[in-house]
Each structure stands twice: as C-alpha cells, then as structure tokens.
Design a protein around this ligand. Structure first.
Ligand SMILES: [Ca+2]
Length: 195
C-alpha cells in the first residue's frame, strides 16, 4: 500500500493567507497537512522573485521556505501505513535562492525514521536539486520533517533562511532478496512458457 504524504507538493494553498509582496503573492500560514513549530513559514510561487529557482521537473507551482532571526522551526507530518522493517525511499526537491542581502545562507535538515541529511551553504544558487533518504520503517507511523537551523552569525540580526523545499514523496523499495526472488520467479515463468 502507498504511504501518502498529504500536500507534499505544497500546491494546496487553501486556507492560507495570500499576501501581495513586492516580489509576488506569498501564502503565509502552515501548509495544509503539516505542522510547524516556528512562526515564519511561507508557501511561495516559483516566480516569487528573479532569484527564485526554476521549478524542478514536473513544473509544480509552489515551494515552501521558512525565514527568521532565530529558532526558525520544524515543518513536520506524521505519515501512516508503514510496515516495520520494510524499506522505503523519501524523495524531495530542495534549493537555495538568490539572497536579498549579501551573506544569506540556507541551512536545513530533512529527516525521517532517525535518518537525516543536512544542506547548508551560501545562498547563491537558483536551481532545484533532487535527493532522497532511504530508510527502514521503525514504526507504523513515521515523521517526515524539515528543520531550518538557526545561524546566528549572519547579517540582519541573525538568521535569514532561504533554503526551500518541495515535492516530498514516498515509495516502497523492494528488498534485494525479494526483487531477486521475483526475478527468479519470472525466469521460471518464461522458461515454463518456452516449453
Ligand atoms: Ca510544489
């Protein structure tokens, strides 16, 4: 069965507050299906500014990012339906954005089932990149989370995070042994048909 992340593409902006800013329409508020521990999280169109990245393959219109001075927060979602011990892959698209101010960085961590990946650097890039985390389910429920880390040494009074993320999706990964057995079974079927 499928383990579905609700609104993993951040395309559902219903209920959020649309705010017309200098660079385009931003949607303030916690994205549907998600929880957020901080205060400043936004869903933004890829056209938000000249520095926004080009949408990743698939061309979906919005991504999510958080910003602030400190303790920016964690966006998370509890996902149901895992089989303990089975293997899964969490895939997502991430990127930086051309900074509004010199020296802005991105620094965030994506995690699930006790496995995490950190992304950090100077925000000079405009592209979106696809990465994934392979994990074994440790429970029927697992939390998908992205934490924007505070970086107090930065200008404008502290952190100004512009790390962004989009297109969280999950898939089950067949165990090598299972895949091998399936392969052998298929060969057996083919051999039988040839007789
Ligand atoms: Ca999207």
């Amino acid at each position: 069965m499928a383990q579905t992340i609700t609104n993993g593409s951040f395309e559902d902006v219903s209920g959020l507050t649309a705010v017309t800013e200098a660079y385009g329409i931003a949607y303030n508020g916690v994205p549907n299906g998600w929880e957020f521990s901080g205060t400043n999280v936004q869903v933004l169109p890829y056209s938000f500014s000249s520095g926004s990245p080009t949408a990743a393959a698939g061309g979906l219109a919005h991504y999510v990012e958080a910003w602030g001075e400190s303790d920016i927060g964690t966006l998370s979602q509890l996902v149901d339906g895992f089989n303990v011990g089975d293997s899964y892959r969490l895939t997502f698209d991430w990127g930086g954005r051309t900074p509004f101010y010199s020296g802005e960085v991105y620094d965030f961590t994506v995690s699930i089932a006790g496995i995490s990946k950190n992304y950090s650097g100077l925000s000079t890039q405009e592209g979106m990149y696809t990465d994934h985390i392979d994990f074994q389910a440790t429970a029927q429920n697992e939390t998908v989370a992205i934490t924007w880390n505070a970086t107090p040494s930065l200008p404008i009074g502290g952190s100004q995070q512009i790390g962004l993320i989009d297109n969280f999706r999950l898939e089950a990964v067949p165990e090598p042994s299972s895949a091998l057995l399936l392969g052998i079974a298929s060969l057996g079927l083919v051999a039988r048909r040839r007789k």
